[in-house]
Ligand binder design. Sequence first.
Ligand code: 13P
Length: 252
Amino acid sequence: MAMPRTLIAGNWKMNGLIPDLSEIKTIADAANSASAEAVICPPAILIERSSSVASGTTLRIGGQDCHPASSGAHTGDVSAEMLAAVGATYVILGHSERRSDHGETSAMVAAKAVAAYRAGLTAIICVGETEQERVCGTTLSVVEAQLAASLPDAANASNTAIAYEPIWAIGTGQVPTDQEIAEVHAAIRAVLTTKLREGAKEMRLLYGGSVKPSNARSIFAIPGVDGALVGGASLKASDFISILSAAPLRET
Ligand code: 13P
């Protein structure tokens, strides 16, 4: 069966309590008729309940991080196997907030991605430049280096998607120009092709950073953009559903 190519993932970050599962229920009810694949990544404690709410629909549930090991003495961490056991099928890795709040390096992100594959999860690997790097003109080299070091050799189009998230665009309402997004996505595609060859051909490249119902349609029209990683606008079902419905129908 043809699968929707466009992927719209919502990252709830450290937001959401049990009453907010009603938003996931509303999104799940809308997901079946969407022309994109929809994923919501709630905080770890809500994954099991979210999976139940989404069960029987096409909405997928994901984690926001995982530990490289499957179990062990790692206080406070959650393994990829644990995420899978409670119904997650995706996991966001290397988000800039994890890289800055927890000192995650690209090598750690690659180890986490290997753990995700081991547990059968699809990894959404995040990369992106700071405002300073954008201003200095080093965006492409920064993103290329981050990606090359964060991507395991076993990455392919079915176990991995890449999210380009310029740090200065996250939660700020600022969005790069269409041309800037297209340029970074083309550079990401080139790194994927060099590193993974054929395996990279169909890998989905998402844009993230202040994606809203008002700008989603134009972002999806940018060459090389296969979907979005949405923060704030994924917390309200109505906003997330309007972003979903702005997605073009593309199948793989
Ligand atoms: P916002 O959509 O709130 O800018 O967040 C983007 C993001 O960090 C998604 O991972």
